[in-house]
Design a binder for this molecule. Structure first.
Ligand SMILES: NC(=O)c1ccc[n+]([C@@H]2O[C@H](COP(=O)([O-])OP(=O)(O)OC[C@H]3O[C@@H](n4cnc5c(N)ncnc54)[C@H](OP(=O)(O)O)[C@@H]3O)[C@@H](O)[C@H]2O)c1
Length: 350
């Protein structure tokens, strides 16, 4: 069973292989020394017969011999597959997850279908009723820097959202140490590249709408809010999150404003984070004089964290950057797979 050190090859299915996250997963799995992709599936909506995945993703040319077929659960059985990655819309993953678990597969879901412990929160935040209570109850939130032990044993891992990853990694050490005056409020202001919205075209993601533009959206109601509150133990009235759409393809930069409960030096803050992430190979903590930026993390599996402090007024600004398709999605999913199957967590990532 997972968690033990393993030398065998993990047979993986990627559902949602034609999407942006699917592409990133496949690129990482292609270079994983102990993983083999056995099934690639898309919605099958277009009625096409199975096709080489390079038709959807030219960058994957020559990397996979298996064809990408329509969604078909028949071959997804333990004699053929160990793990299914769900890189599909939330409601599709909600329906697939329990079926695959019942068949004895392990699952890493990149959608939000199993992220919220409270199933009753889904109608408000995601617009559908959650009807998979047993799967939801056993799901483990897949943020390895916080929950590695549970992930190792999990059958179902709910990979966190991209914005959520950038903000939880920045706030968890501070909140855990009790260094934040939470009553003063925490404000997180994030900017994301357009691939965060997936591949399906829409009016407001049209090139001319995004290019040379910057816009805020989903004020007070972005879907990642509840998973951030859940992971950080915060209440809605002390946390404000505003996402923005940047005219770039990949990357997220979050700027987070907090008031410290006691006076601290920047060196103390940096030391707290370096200690917290001492065994986290994908988190890079910056010292004084430099700050994370999107160019440093795009196309990488890293989450970068940096700080600015107004010591007199105890105001701390955290800057957190990652690639939404990397540590915000596929790299984190492979990191979770590595933990679940006993490989070093950075395998195929660094
Ligand atoms: N983009 C990001 O930065 C990011 C980050 C973290 C998490 N996520 C989550 O990861 C998941 C995938 O995101 P994405 O950006 O890759 O989306 P995407 O580019 O729109 O791709 C969606 C994939 O799901 C497939 N699909 C759609 N409807 C389906 C159905 N009814 N049954 C089976 N497959 C279906 C699509 O197949 P067709 O090509 O046939 O339509 C495609 O392969 C989403 O849940 C998203 O919220 C995304």
């Amino acid at each position: 069973m997972g968690g033990a050190k393993s030398s065998r090859t993990v047979r993986a299915a990627v559902l949602g292989a034609t999407g942006y996250v699917g592409r990133e997963l496949l690129a990482l799995l292609a270079r994983h020394p102990s993983a083999r992709v056995t099934h690639l599936m898309s919605s099958g909506r277009d009625g096409k017969p199975p096709f080489p995945i390079e038709q959807a993703h030219p960058s994957l040319r020559g990397r996979f011999s298996a064809l990408c077929g329509p969604l078909d659960l028949e071959g997804l059985v333990p004699s053929e597959v160990d793990l299914a990655f769900l890189a599909t819309p939330h409601e599709t993953a909600h329906d697939l997850g329990p079926v695959l678990l019942d068949r004895g597969l392990r699952v890493v879901d990149l959608s939000a279908a199993f992220r919220l412990r409270d199933g009753g929160a889904y109608p408000r935040w995601y617009g559908f009723e959650h009807r998979a209570a047993a799967a939801l109850a056993e799901a483990v939130y897949g943020l390895p820097e916080l929950y590695a032990d549970a992930i190792r044993k999990a059958r179902l891992v709910a990979n966190p959202g991209c914005y959520a990853t950038s903000i939880i990694l920045a706030l968890a050490p501070l909140l855990g140490a009790g260094w934040v005056n939470v009553r003063a409020g925490i404000v997180a202001d994030s900017k994301s590249g357009a691939s965060g919205a997936g591949r399906a075209p829409s009016d407001n993601l049209h090139f001319s709408e995004v290019n040379e533009n910057l816009r805020a959206y989903a004020l007070f109601n972005h879907r990642h809010v509840p998973e951030m509150l859940q992971a950080l133990g915060l209440e809605e009235d002390s946390f404000t999150f505003t996402p923005h759409l940047l005219p770039i393809t990949r990357g997220i930069l979050s700027t987070i404003y907090v008031q410290l409960s006691e006076a601290r030096t920047l060196d103390q803050v940096v030391a707290l984070f370096r200690d917290f992430y001492a065994f986290a190979p994908l988190v890079r903590v910056y010292g004084a004089g430099s700050l994370p930026e999107i160019q440093a993390v795009a196309q990488t599996p890293y989450a970068d964290l940096g700080f600015g402090l107004d010591q007199t007024r105890r105001r701390l600004i955290l800057v957190s950057a990652l690639d939404n398709l990397g540590k915000g999605a596929a790299a984190q999913a492979v990191q979770n797979m590595n933990l679940m199957f006993g490989f070093p967590q950075e395998t195929a990532l660094l």
